[in-house]
Design a protein around this ligand. Structure first.
Ligand SMILES: NC(=O)c1ccc[n+]([C@@H]2O[C@H](COP(=O)([O-])OP(=O)(O)OC[C@H]3O[C@@H](n4cnc5c(N)ncnc54)[C@H](OP(=O)(O)O)[C@@H]3O)[C@@H](O)[C@H]2O)c1
Length: 344
């Protein structure tokens, strides 16, 4: 298939592009910065012809049209993920318009396969039970969460009308080769660079490579709308730090903090943002996720599509090794992962 891709120079998007190409599909990328395409794909030996790199924006109808022309499938992985207060209106407007133009445009054209990246967090409300795809959509308390919730309502409406939209629902996406440091990778980086916090509930990750494999499977489904979760096993915070200890062979610093105190700090972070706006996710919303995540299961994804979700040890080891090799973390911080692999 010829797949029009948004977000191809981002984390989930770049891995999905690599997986689409490995599966024999060709891609047409709509990107804000064409120079970034070579930076992201050259190290992996993937050459994207210049004619298949369209400079533009998901909010610009003309560039979306140009990128979609001649394609028979669409992957919409772009979203503005930004936590600064002053960016709230832009986040809402960008993500809303992106879904309208990219997913809506593909629906209007009658394309047979449209893949959209949603989020498992669209179902989360503090105190809820384990998350699943038939739960009500939560309204969201930040502009980003609201934009994902709004998109979810729109997608569901089109799916109900029969549009072949296949949505993935990832938990925190972790893995190597992240062109920026996206949200969940940033959290892991912070645990190693500074410190972690041992609190209630836990951290549920999905390996970006498993998510990319799911996107290939969704792209290739023969017909109809579909929704599938993308998640590895749920690990409590103490389990998560033990895994990080295991893979690095070191003690990762963490201090205990009860969930209610951590959430109160998040509220303080929200107040501070009124005076000094910052992107770091110290907010009530982020602390609710960190301390009350109820977990979810992607067992149906594995059973029906044959997509396994790898063990968190492997994901964390590869991610930390890459954070070291890319210069984000020092040899001291990643411990034994800095050593070159032993020769057979
Ligand atoms: N990271 C997570 O843990 C997580 C969890 C659940 C769901 N998700 C969802 O997964 C998707 C991908 O997220 P990610 O973590 O891979 O984020 P990311 O690395 O920040 O990638 C976002 C991509 O969107 C592009 N983009 C942003 N605004 C754009 C615009 N106006 N026009 C064109 N492109 C634009 C970015 O372009 P540039 O390359 O130019 O920056 C980037 O390629 C998003 O829909 C996100 O909501 C992420």
């Amino acid at each position: 298939m010829r797949v029009m891709v948004t977000g191809g120079t981002g984390f989930a998007g770049s891995h999905s592009v690599r997986a689409f190409v490995s599966a024999g599909h060709s891609v047409r990328l709509l990107v804000r910065d064409p120079a970034k395409v070579r930076r992201v794909f050259d190290p992996h030996g993937i050459g994207i012809p210049e004619a298949d790199v369209i400079a533009g924006d998901i909010t610009d109808a003309d560039s979306v049209e140009r990128a979609m022309a001649g394609c028979d499938a669409v992957f919409h992985g772009a979203a503005l993920v930004e936590m600064k207060r002053k960016m709230a209106a832009k986040v809402l407007a960008t993500n809303r318009r992106g879904v309208e133009l990219v997913v809506g445009g593909a629906v209007k054209r009658g394309l047979p396969s449209i893949v959209y990246v949603s989020s498992m967090s669209v179902f989360f409300v503090p105190g809820c039970g384990p998350l699943h795809l038939d739960m009500p959509i939560a309204p969201g308390t930040t502009a980003y969460a609201q934009s994902k919730a709004e998109a979810e309502h729109t997608i569901r409406r089109w799916q109900a009308e029969g549009a072949p939209i296949r949505a993935s629902y990832p938990t925190g996406i972790i893995g190597p080769d992240d062109p920026g440091l996206s949200e969940a990778n940033q959290a892991v980086y912070t645990f190693l660079k500074q410190t972690g916090v041992n609190t209630s509930s836990g951290f549920q990750i999905v390996d970006v490579r498993d998510l990319a494999a799911l996107h290939v499977a969704l792209l290739e489904l023969p017909s109809g709308p579909h929704r599938y979760a993308a998640a590895g096993p749920m690990h409590t915070w103490p389990e998560t730090y033990r895994i990080l200890d295991d893979v690095t062979g070191k003690w990762i610093w963490r201090f205990p903090m009860p969930g209610p105190l951590f959430r109160a700090l998040g509220t303080v972070g929200d107040w501070i943002k009124h005076v000094y706006d910052f992107s770091f996710p110290l907010s009530r919303d982020a602390m609710e996720f960190a301390t009350r995540w109820p977990g979810t299961s992607a067992e149906r994804t594995t059973r029906e599509l044959g997509i396994p979700f790898r063990d968190a040890h492997a994901t964390y080891a590869d991610t930390l090794r890459w954070l070291y090799e890319a210069g984000h973390l020092s040899a001291r911080q990643v411990g034994k992962l800095a050593a070159p692999p032993a020769r057979a």
